[in-house]
Design a protein around this ligand. Structure first.
Ligand SMILES: [Zn+2]
Length: 82
């Protein structure tokens, strides 16, 4: 899982360097891939962006939104890299 390691490293770097965001600002999406499908963003057209609980989310396409909504906690934990 080389990609996962890389993403974890990037997330860790991001967490270390980013100032604590205020509640009003959504946390920027830390991944370069769709959190649902793991496809690289932009390869399927314009990424679908939205904010969930103050966390910006980007998906490769709108059909991934359905899967995200079905189990947001699972995908959020993926973003947080825990
Ligand atoms: Zn998708």
């Amino acid at each position: 899982m080389k990609t996962f390691l890389l993403l974890s490293t990037l997330t860790a770097l991001f967490m270390a360097s980013a100032p604590v965001a205020s509640a009003a600002d959504p946390k920027p999406y830390p991944l370069k891939t769709c959190v649902v499908s793991d496809d690289e963003l932009g390869t399927m057209g314009k990424p679908y962006e939205f904010t969930h609980d103050g966390q910006q989310i980007k998906l490769c396409c709108k059909s991934c939104l359905k899967k995200f909504k079905a189990d947001p906690a699972k995908y959020l934990s993926k973003i947080k890299g825990s």
